[in-house]
Write a protein that binds this ligand. Structure first.
Ligand code: PMT
Length: 406
């Protein structure tokens, strides 16, 4: 109840059959003490009348860029600045497509473009529309830019089809809004070091040994920590992602470079999340010119790279170390072994052979294992939410953390 008190929440309603469910979201938020304003698109008003939302929110409903010619405020700018959180419920394929492509042609899309507040989309649409690769690409793109999603549920849709596309349960939407505000500053005053992506172990100037890590998991952790108020250092191997807002990015290529950067940053950090997929071995010899393909066989000798996390385990003091274990079999057993050997407080074991988990995917699932032996199963979910869940569990178990004063 307290978490939402006086929070300024802007609800965007777009034109889908689930528009009527937005009324319940607005009503519940108001009951929890939030200040709620509503923007409706023209299509939303075909499904539900503004008067309903006006009555429930206790505020005028905004729907037209030019509806108040005498007003001194420019609605899309003032609403964009007013909001602490924007939730689009339901979000149609149309609004996702518009925002993904920078189109701002009505009050809602313009406000979303102008706001610096977090925007959460709760999509709802026909299952074929939802699974359409264009919609999925727009969702992936928006996620990569920091927009959050409350994924739709699967079930019987209003059109009679079965599948994904049904608006998430109202309670889940409310819980997500609650989570957003309660997590918002729980890492304030803490310095977090995150590693992400692969390393490249060069044979010559144009060839290297690497792995498929996209950096999505590590970047999601960095973004989640920054959202929660931490001061975040992100050490990243070569990936195609932009750094999350408010995060200091340090680019590295090889395991040795990652080792050096991490050791430099580690002393001032409180928590480390080690999501990078570090190359365990590198070629013993590096050829400074391109190796010619004259011989039928080329034998490579590999030597071991430094184990960065193990070294952190030796130097850790009262810092919290969260390792990752990318496994393909005996997941829990191997992860526990790594936790012991590297002196970790937590390890996230992900089975990278599972559909929707591990390398390159937008989702992950796994086991969070604590030093005391507790095992928390985290089901499959978007990597950003997965990151938040790990952080939730970690901070729950370490109530007294040394705060670094800036
Ligand atoms: O980047 P994505 O495409 O999103 O994929 C995410 C992921 C699968 C890479 C991520 O979820 C993950 O599992 N990361 C850890 C991958 C890994 O290297 O696991 P490992 O079991 O080989 O290593 C165990 C731990 O030791 C890891 O925290 C690793 O960062 C660390 N390590 C390993 C070797 C080494 N030389 N130095 C290290 O610090």
């Amino acid at each position: 109840m307290e978490v939402l008190k006086d929070k300024r929440i802007l609800i965007g309603i777009t034109g889908g059959i689930a528009a009527y469910k937005a009324a319940e979201v607005v009503s519940s938020l108001v009951k929890k003490g939030a200040q709620v304003k509503v923007i409706m698109t023209a299509h939303a008003m075909e499904f539900i009348k503004p008067l309903t939302l006006e009555t429930l929110s206790g505020n005028p409903v905004y729907y037209d860029m030019f509806s108040r010619p005498g007003a001194w405020e420019i609605d899309h700018i003032s609403l964009a600045k007013w909001a602490e959180l924007v939730v689009v419920v339901p979000a149609t394929a149309n609004i996702l497509g518009k925002v993904a492509h920078g189109i701002a042609d009505d009050l809602l899309s313009t406000t979303i473009m102008a706001t610096r507040a977090q925007v959460i989309f709760a999509p709802a649409m026909n299952t074929n529309m939802y699974t359409n690769p264009i919609v999925q690409e727009n969702i992936s793109f928006l996620r990569s830019k920091g927009y959050m999603f409350i994924p739709p549920a699967a079930g019987r849709l209003a059109c009679g089809d079965y599948g994904e596309g049904k608006l998430a349960d109202i309670q889940d939407i409310l819980a997500e809004i609650d989570n957003y505000f309660s997590r918002k500053s729980d890492l304030k005053g803490l310095k977090v070091l995150v590693t992400a992506g692969p390393t490249r172990e060069y044979l010559d100037p144009v060839r290297f040994i690497s792995n498929p890590s996209s950096g999505k998991m590590g970047y999601a952790i960095a973004a989640a920590c920054a959202e929660r108020g931490a001061d975040v250092e992100l050490v990243s191997g070569p990936v195609l992602l932009s750094p999350p807002p408010g995060v200091r990015l340090h680019r590295v290529e090889t395991a040795q470079e990652m080792f050096e950067k991490v050791m430099e940053l580690f002393p001032s950090c409180n928590i480390v999340f080690k999501a990078a997929a570090v190359g365990d071995y590198r070629p013993e010899a590096y050829c400074p010119t391109k190796i010619k393909k004259d011989s039928e066989r080329l034998i490579l000798t590999l030597i071991k790279n430094p184990d960065i996390l193990k070294e952190l385990g030796r130097r850790k003091d009262d810092r919290i170390l969260v390792g990752f274990a990318a496994e393909t079999e005996n997941i829990e057993e191997y992860a526990r072994k790594k936790m012991r050997e590297k002196n970790l407080d937590f390890i996230v074991a992900n089975d990278v052979t599972r559909h929707g988990a591990g390398f390159e995917k937008n989702t992950n699932e796994g086991l969070l294992i604590t030093r005391e032996g507790e095992v928390i199963a985290i089901p499959q979910m978007d990597k950003r939410e997965f990151a938040h869940r790990i952080i939730d569990e970690v901070i729950k178990r370490i109530p007294v953390l040394r705060r670094v004063s800036n």
